[in-house]
Design a protein around this ligand. Structure first.
Ligand code: NDP
Ligand code: 8X3
Length: 247
């Protein structure tokens, strides 16, 4: 029987690239996100390459939707908790509380809702792998990023704790913490301001979604006795959140 991979946030960026790569590796893909047209396009691309893809269109912030869509899945071998966003980049005294809610509800609560409904299926099967997409923001708080950094610090803590929780059940937990990846991330962070988004990558060759998918492909093909607990992936021109060498 083929393995099933659930990928949240598969309509764009890292999630889309990972879904394509995992589909090519032979996983049956369950691709999720809020944009139905993007999910449909992804399904066609995976299936035209000979893979298999089902799509589930829902918002990870809504627990009832998460349970309604993911509850009926009989088997999940791999869960890629990727759906997330940064919204806004400003000092704490100027932050928009709606942005804060979106980040905490998606990056933290959404990841938890998805994990809560999927992980018992893995526990019952005594096998599975959960990969959480954290960030360098999960260990390096930076100016203007208090709430995004807090949400990714939460992902870092949750990843470590869930690894311990699921250890005896034979379930691997990996956290991937990328630096700068050029996706729709900055466009979303700057609320659709393409000029500001583009400036993020001026003078830098950032990582791409495919680069992260490459790491995911390696991680999921390791033998059962071997796990990557935590991996930090950076563009060569970025040493840390505060150190980027722009040419
Ligand atoms: P994108 O904006 O390209 O993709 C984000 C994905 O998340 C989309 O598919 C989007 O789908 C989905 N998503 C967002 N909110 C929701 C929601 N409420 N319900 C369901 N799906 C949602 O950005 P990235 O690919 O870069 O981001 C993926 C992950 O990588 C995020 O967790 C991000 O924090 C993390 N990350 C990104 C880095 C970067 O530099 N790009 C670096 C480090 C970490 P839709 O809008 O269709 O719902
Ligand atoms: C995305 C990378 O540096 O904007 O998580 O936090 S950063």
């Amino acid at each position: 029987m083929k393995k099933v991979a659930v990928v949240t946030g598969a309509t764009s960026g890292i999630g889309r690239a990972a879904a394509l790569r995992l589909g090519a590796l032979g996983y049956d893909i369950v691709a999720t996100g809020r944009r139905a047209d993007r999910l449909e396009a992804l399904k066609k691309e995976i299936e035209s390459a000979g893979g298999q893809c089902d799509t589930l269109c829902f918002d990870v912030r809504v627990e009832e939707e998460v349970n309604r869509y993911l509850g009926p899945l009989e088997r999940v071998d791999l869960l890629l908790n990727n759906a997330g966003l940064a919204a806004g980049l400003e000092h704490i005294d100027k932050g928009d509380t709606a942005d804060w809610d979106a980040m905490i509800d998606t990056n933290v609560k959404g990841l938890l809702y998805v994990t809560r409904i999927v992980s018992p299926k893995m526990v019952a099967a005594e096998s599975g792998h959960i990969i959480n997409i954290g960030s360098i923001a999960g260990t390096e708080p930076y100016e203007n990023g208090a709430v995004y950094c807090a949400s990714k610090h939460a992902v870092h803590a949750i990843s470590q704790a869930m690894r311990a929780d699921l250890l005896a059940d034979g379930i691997k937990v990996t956290e991937i913490r990328p630096g700068m990846v050029e996706t729709e991330f900055s466009l979303v962070r700057f609320h659709g301001d393409q000029g500001r988004a583009d400036k993020t990558y001026t003078g830098v060759t950032p990582l791409t979604g495919d680069d992260i998918a490459e790491a995911i492909a390696w991680i999921v093909q390791l033998p059962r006795h071997m796990n990557v607990n935590d991996i930090v992936l950076m563009p060569s021109q970025q040493a840390a959140a505060y150190y980027t060498h722009r040419k």
